[in-house]
Write a protein that binds this ligand. Structure first.
Ligand code: FAD
Ligand code: 2HG
Ligand code: ZN
Length: 475
């Protein structure tokens, strides 16, 4: 069958005239990486992948697709954890991939901002900021491939939220191509602008359902002169929350990361990821990876963290700790944390729950969900880790050795409800940072106020009356 058979006649030629051959992926084999998500859970089929290289090209592409009422799936680095950037199986949707829009338009060090295009890879933006002696603090395991347009569209969280907030807090202005192809230029670099509704926040976290973000003005921060990083062994989530409070009392905002890893996570990483090693000489039930950022020199930063952890050891809160004494050691400690998803993927299938509860209630989440799951599914392996510093736990459940994958997935809806009901009872959210995508599109109806859903649908109808932007996601 002709690869373009699902497109209205003449549309492919119109798109080719806009983006040229370099901006079209028509071959079915070449399209595959764009049609499958990072976890390999969703396999869609697109009519075409279009890769525009400028805002004008995005606008013309969207106008052409809108005129023809063809559904658009915006895509950045395709690292979504919830099938947000994967087309459906109809073969009629068009993926608009932003990766070729990867220019840094301006760095304004005095204003502490940079203006960047949506397809810039996050790690590259961190480097650009560092080159201007500034910090762009968004940091997550996929930073080598996720793109800022995707980060904005998911309101990504990551490991710096405790100190710097989610992506939403890091953006001052946006440029967006609306679903009818018009361009909204909201690229303002202002920290104060009370001229009505703050429209940029509609597009942040919209998961591509309201328009395509093409550029953004991002906030920059002073670059810390020194980082002190440690892996502290503890007994469990309760000790983690207590330790967080004590470290913040002692060090204030200088605690910039606080990540929780139960032992099973370390075991998975040691098993599947080469060149990793146990952080301490003997295993412990759980760990927190703590990072302190300081404007003092490295020796002072290390001494501050060492002293704070030392007093926690004396109190019996921390059982042992490894403090990184070189960049290599720091990266090795972070490797144990950032490779959990990859290790879990290699280990087999899992049911993911990216949930948030108030930090104070994290221990209850572990206790209540753990008890409820154990009663019904005694074999299930709980791999629950993450950003305890901001209350976001990846409460993942892995299949036991003996269980067939099909049986495990048949239980998924029930397992979800067990976990999400506990989350709800604790005043939490069933999607902390990854978004709803396809994975939680139906589940959210059970947990979100119908009035909020109605307001969301109304906003969607106003901006995208023909429903062409990423249909089947979020709502
Ligand atoms: P994509 O996956 O391509 O798209 C994500 C969503 O945004 C889709 O709905 C898509 O349609 C939409 N979209 C993409 N670009 C645009 C655009 N320009 N305009 C409009 N809509 C757009 N997430 C976290 O929040 N915190 C973490 O700590 C974290 N760690 C991760 C670790 C690993 C190993 C992996 C694989 C993923 C992780 N993620 C994490 C999830 C993922 O990386 C983030 O959601 C990221 O922000 C997605 O960026 P992306 O460029 O890959 O977007
Ligand atoms: C992380 O914090 C990511 O490492 C991925 O958000 C979490 O794999 C996961 O569930
Ligand atoms: Zn996370």
């Amino acid at each position: 069958m002709n690869d373009l058979a699902h497109l209205p006649s003449g549309l492919a030629d119109r798109l080719r005239a806009i983006v040229g051959d370099a901006g079209l992926v028509t071959d079915a084999h070449a399209r595959e990486p764009f049609e499958t998500d990072w976890r390999g859970q969703y396999h869609g089929k697109a009519a075409l992948v279009v890769k525009p290289a400028s805002t004008a090209e995005v606008a013309a592409v969207v106008k052409a697709l809108s005129d023809a009422r063809v559904a658009i799936v915006p895509q950045g680095g395709n690292t979504s954890m919830c099938g947000g950037a994967t087309p459906d199986e109809s073969g009629t949707q068009v993926i608009v991939n932003l990766s070729r829009m990867n220019k840094v338009r301006a760095v304004d060090a005095a204003n502490n901002t940079m203006t960047v295009e949506a397809g810039c890879v996050l790690a590259e933006l961190q480097r650009v900021a560092a080159g201007a002696d500034r910090l762009f603090p968004l940091s997550l395991g996929a930073e080598g491939s996720c793109e800022i347009g995707g980060n904005l569209s998911t309101n990504a969280g990551g490991t710096g939220v405790l100190r710097y907030g989610n992506t939403r807090e890091l953006v001052l202005g946006l440029e967006v191509v609306l679903p009818d192809g018009r361009v909204w230029n909201g690229l303002r670099g202002l920290r104060k602008d009370n001229t009505g509704y703050d429209l940029k926040h509609l597009f942040v976290g919209a998961e591509g359902t309201l328009g395509i973000i093409t550029a953004a003005v991002l906030k920059l921060f002073p670059r810390p002169r020194a980082m002190a990083t440690a892996m502290a062994a503890i007994d469990g989530p309760e000790q983690a929350v207590t330790l967080l409070g004590k470290l913040r009392e002692a060090c204030g905002d200088r605690i910039t990361a606080f990540e929780y890893l139960p032992r099973i996570c370390v075991d998975l990483v040691l098993k599947h990821i080469p060149n990793t090693r146990d952080p301490l000489s003997e295993p412990y039930p759980a760990y927190v990876l703590v990072e302190l950022s300081d404007n003092a020199d490295a020796a002072t930063a290390n001494a501050t963290l060492e002293e704070a952890l030392g007093s926690a050891v004396e109190e019996g809160l921390v059982r042992d700790a490894a403090l990184a004494s070189s960049d290599a050691q720091r990266l090795a400690l972070w490797g144990l944390r950032e490779n959990i998803s990859e290790a879990q993927k290699q280990d087999g299938v899992s049911i993911k729950h990216d949930v948030a509860v108030p930090v104070s209630r994290v221990p209850e989440l572990y206790a209540l969900a753990g008890k409820a799951l154990a009663e019904k599914y005694p074999d299930i392996r709980i791999v629950a880790f993450g950003h305890v510093g901001d209350g976001n736990i990846h409460y993942n459940c892995s299949k036991s050795e003996r269980q067939a994958a099909e049986e495990f997935f048949r239980q998924a809806a029930d397992v979800n409800h067990i976990v999400y009901d506990v989350v709800q009872s604790l005043g939490g959210s069933i999607s902390a940072e990854h978004g709803l995508g396809q994975l939680k599109r139906d589940e959210i109806k059970r947990y979100k106020d119908p009035l909020e859903l109605e307001l969301m649908r109304n906003i969607k109808k106003t901006l995208d009356p023909h429903g062409i932007m990423n249909p089947g996601k979020v709502l």
